[in-house]
Design a protein around this ligand. Structure first.
Ligand code: SF4
Length: 229
């Protein structure tokens, strides 16, 4: 993990290498090794390794305090029951923005490839795993518990505006927000990472049939935080 550019003491830009085997990358794409899709991926994978350019910016931030449903991080107050619940005993968090990047699109090699979005989704997964490992290896920080704006009505997408402002200069890795607060390019994500129990917003999200689900819906936890409906 040495492909790093430190711009400030607490803000770190990561250019993330694509070093997985074709089999490991296929698993991130949810492609089975004995399928015809895997044969296509194996052929394309050298180009993915060549042009894939996932990146991230992470930044330490101090939690000033939590009061009822208000959490203040370095002077910025977020209103959210789940954020208050998860960050009430947390002195420090990592803020992050992580992107698959647009290396594949910009190469021109994937113009007609129907799997382009799948490959970019896998690059984002790869980058997300790299970022959490980086926090652990460099800082001993368990950043696997995350709050990401837009995944719950209680933690809306508009929180990206403050989060991005706090991280600063996100255009350095080619990301931006649209007017509603969604991140461009599409295969990008923002988080507040905190040390905890491996919490993922999916555990409080009721959306059925979501292919991105990373944790089962936990009704008891949902009712503990939001009350019974
Ligand atoms: S289940 Fe799907 S929509 Fe809900 S938080 Fe997880 S990824 Fe987002």
């Amino acid at each position: 993990m040495d492909n790093i550019n430190n711009n400030a003491s607490e803000r770190i830009v990561l250019h993330i290498p694509v070093e997985l085997s074709a089999e490991e990358f296929a698993a991130l794409c949810r492609i089975k090794p004995d399928s015809s899709a895997f044969e296509m991926l194996e052929e394309t994978y050298p180009l993915i390794k060549q042009y894939g350019a996932p990146k991230a910016i992470i930044r330490w931030a101090n939690v000033d305090g939590v009061e009822e449903d208000r959490t203040t991080i370095e002077g910025v107050t977020f209103r959210s029951k789940v954020a208050a619940d998860k960050l009430k005993d947390t002195p420090r968090v990592f803020l992050s923005v992580i992107t698959a990047g647009e290396g594949l699109e910009n190469s021109g090699e994937f113009d007609d490839d129907p799997f382009l979005n799948t490959y970019n989704g896998a690059l984002l997964s790869l980058a997300s795993g790299y970022v959490v490992r980086y926090m652990k290896e460099k800082f001993g920080f368990d950043g696997g518990s995350t709050l990401n704006p837009g995944s719950l009505p209680d933690w809306p997408i508009k929180n990206n505006f403050e989060l991005f402002r706090m991280i600063g200069s996100v255009d350095e890795i080619g990301v931006s927000l649209n007017e509603a607060g969604y991140i461009k390019p599409w295969n990008s994500v923002s988080h507040i990472h905190f040390s905890g129990d491996g919490y993922q917003n999916c555990s409080l999200c009721k959306r059925e049939g979501c292919i991105g689900r990373r944790a089962k819906f936990d009704r008891a936890e949902y009712e503990r935080i939001f009350g019974k409906e």
